[in-house]
Design a protein around this ligand. Sequence first.
Ligand code: ADP
Ligand code: CDP
Length: 418
Amino acid sequence: IMSLLRQWSSRVFSVELDARSAPFYFAIQESHRGEEVPRLFRNVQKYERCYSVFVCSGDRIQRAKFYWELKDKLQRALPPQCDFLPMSSFLPNVKHSLMKGYFVKDTSECSSSTERVLSDFIQNDPVLVCSYLRGEDGRLWTQRLRSHAESREVGMSQEHYVVPSEAPDYHPSTLNLINSDVFYSFEEAYKVLEKCGDIIPESTAVLGLVGQRPQARHKPDCPVIVIEGLDATGKTTLTESLRDALGATLLRSPPQCLSPWRARFDQEPPLIRRAFYALGNYITAEQIGQEAMQTPVIVDRFWHSTAAYAIATAVNGPVCNLPSEGSEVYCWPGDLLQPSLVVLLTLDPEERRRRLRARGQDKTEEEQELDHNQIFRLRVEEAYQRISGPACVTVDASPSADQVLQQVLLLIRGKCHL
Ligand SMILES: Nc1ncnc2c1ncn2[C@@H]1O[C@H](COP(=O)(O)OP(=O)(O)O)[C@@H](O)[C@H]1O
Ligand SMILES: Nc1ccn([C@@H]2O[C@H](COP(=O)(O)OP(=O)(O)O)[C@@H](O)[C@H]2O)c(=O)n1
């Protein structure tokens, strides 16, 4: 926390208004040089007050857990007239410097209950709270940092002026992706679940299934073909037909043996949830290695799904916020079995919705999000296509099931000499 406070005035703050527009960026500085008020503050009414609450201490599992629950906690404790917007603080373009929190706008007429609740948070929880104070003439805003540590240990009580800041080269939510949202080795994902043992007892059972480390990566004897795509693009239909047409073994990731725990890990914050799915890929890889000694193997979802959904969830806003093409974020993990071919099924959103409705099945929350949130769907599809080593081959899944099958069989024969 001390080092965090030392770099406080080098940090940039960003507040997201909605998924479509760019965030508001601002910085703080000790003296005022005539800068304008950042746009975020321009239309704050006279009686309204602004705060930010950041998660600041604990190990990374505790921080992830606390942030995951923070909005609910704040919403329950603060007056109903408070609005919450996702907020970040980061050192521009510095990896792993991102801190997450919420910007709170209190539109109630009396500040006392909000102040009391925030003081309790400062005393009892791993948070830093900032108050934003409007200057006399309404043109200057200052930020005052308030933390438990501050009141006892450091003199950070002086106010800093809030000034506009440029957008950084890399969108802040891309800074912490590596080994928090996407895991690039078995060890990194394993470590996360290992550390969760005391708070999520199911982790121990999952680790028991995973074993100690992946087998040395060797090239499978028979072709391994992965089928990827959003829900209802026809993966199940196609993978079953391919199994029958090629006399292949059909596997999926996450593997069947993890099904009892999937719903449990789907409730956890991204750090833990994504580590669970990452480990699922290593279990499936182990099964692929075994089966591919005898028959071709078809796999329903694999690392492309794990990485694409994780990246698209962690990074908000339009597709241009994603890490750029060629970024290390899209690289295949060095210790994970590489398939011979990855096919990505794509479908226009209307037809996909029709198939979802026709299937009439319950959807995971994330899949419902895809339905509601066109931009999220675009980010997932773009992330799928940026992953390399192996990259995916896109196939239009709108023709009949048999035509799609024939098209993919052609690809397989071309690539895998079957
Ligand atoms: N090529 C196709 N044309 C029309 N309908 C299809 C096609 N492929 C699959 N379907 C139907 O669309 C729905 C979703 O397919 P499914 O294979 O379950 O997708 P996924 O496994 O990707 O979620 C199912 O009702 C299936 O019968
Ligand atoms: N290999 C995989 C497979 C799924 N997933 C996650 O699981 C979700 C999709 O799983 P699903 O069960 O709805 O997919 P379908 O089986 O319906 O095609 C995605 O939201 C991903 O977050 C993953 O991370 N890695």
